[in-house]
Design a protein around this ligand. Structure first.
Ligand code: 13P
Ligand code: SF4
Length: 308
């Protein structure tokens, strides 16, 4: 049975307003899985980073409004440069993306001249522009294996990088970045929750630490979690990722139970319904990037889309 979340009357009015404005302005609204549940109600598409970039590339609208974080909106702008791309709150950054600066990468490239650069999409457009190919949590192993190069500089997430290294024969040169939301989770926390819910399976995002991944039954980006939960015989799942994902899974797989932790991505949650309405009303905040950066970054994103 699907449990509908009660929506406050004021929020319901704003939802209706957002839906009307979306129609008037010929906009599409792309929503990441970690967003607040009320955002699902205005979405044309809800998904992970990979599917959202595919949707952005094929969007047939004048405006793409992104309910997600800045690197996702930038990816949409790079893939649809002639469209207006809006991010309702410019504070929707990503602490992981902030851990990689282009100068650092240029230095590492000089130290490893034969290595290809595989860049997680959780990075700035400037970093993408000096990378060979991008990847997401869903296709990182596939992208690395598709390259002819034997050495790979993988950035910025060290946990995803280690996970990729465990699945490939290539030499992976790790970057020392991490997502604070995922880094916070420990094997002790998972085991404690498992003691309370013994018949559960553990689903973990590859941004989690190695000790968490080692005791997980399934490792995937947010896009693969619902599929595993619905096809597995277990009735309950511990979800080791940002807590909003458990809410999404409850909606997608309503006959199963999902248990999560209170690890919130405050960046994702800076997007609120009043800000979405304001964004559609005033075309705020438009994502703009230098042309040269967009052209170079697009090559790395297109290459990822070809591989996956
Ligand atoms: P996904 O691509 O798996 O949705 O992950 C995005 C993200 O920011 C994880 O922290
Ligand atoms: Fe960035 Fe972590 Fe938030 Fe994902 S959960 S957007 S990696 S800070």
């Amino acid at each position: 049975m699907q449990i509908e979340q009660p929506v406050h009357e004021e929020t319901e009015k704003l939802i209706q307003q957002a839906l009307e404005l979306k129609k008037q302005k010929n906009a599409v609204i792309l929503v990441h899985n970690y967003q607040r549940p009320e955002m699902y109600k205005i979405a044309d598409f809800i998904g992970d980073s990979l599917d959202l970039s595919r949707e952005a590339a094929k969007a047939n609208a004048d405006i793409i409004l992104f309910c997600g974080v800045k690197f996702m909106a930038e990816t949409a702008k790079i893939l649809s440069p002639n469209k207006t791309v809006l991010l309702p709150n410019l504070d929707a950054g990503c602490s992981l993306a902030d851990m990689a600066a282009p100068e650092q990468l240029m230095k590492l490239k000089k130290e490893h001249p034969d290595a290809a650069v595989v860049t997680y999409v959780n990075t700035s457009a400037e970093i993408k522009a000096v990378s060979d190919v991008c990847c997401t949590s869903m296709n990182a192993v596939k992208v690395v294996d598709s390259l002819p190069d034997k050495e790979i500089i993988f950035l910025p997430d060290r946990n995803l990088g280690k996970y990729v290294a465990s699945k490939t024969n290539k030499k992976i040169i790790l970057w020392d970045g991490y997502c604070a939301v995922h880094e916070k989770l420990s094997s002790g926390m998972i085991n404690d929750l498992k003691e309370k819910h013994p018949d559960t399976k553990v689903i973990a995002h590859p941004e989690c630490r190695e000790e968490v991944l080692q005791i997980s039954d399934h490792i995937s980006g947010t896009g693969g979690m619902a599929k595993f939960a619905s096809s597995n015989s277990a009735k309950g799942f511990i979800v080791a990722t940002e807590c909003g994902m458990a809410e999404k899974l409850r909606q997608d797989v309503p006959d199963k139970n999902f248990y999560s932790f209170s690890n919130i991505c405050s960046y994702m949650k800076t997007i609120t319904m009043p800000l979405v309405v304001n964004s559609l009303m005033h075309n705020q905040h438009q994502i703009t990037l230098p042309q040269e950066v967009m052209v170079k970054a697009r090559k790395a994103i297109d290459k990822m889309l070809e591989f996956s």
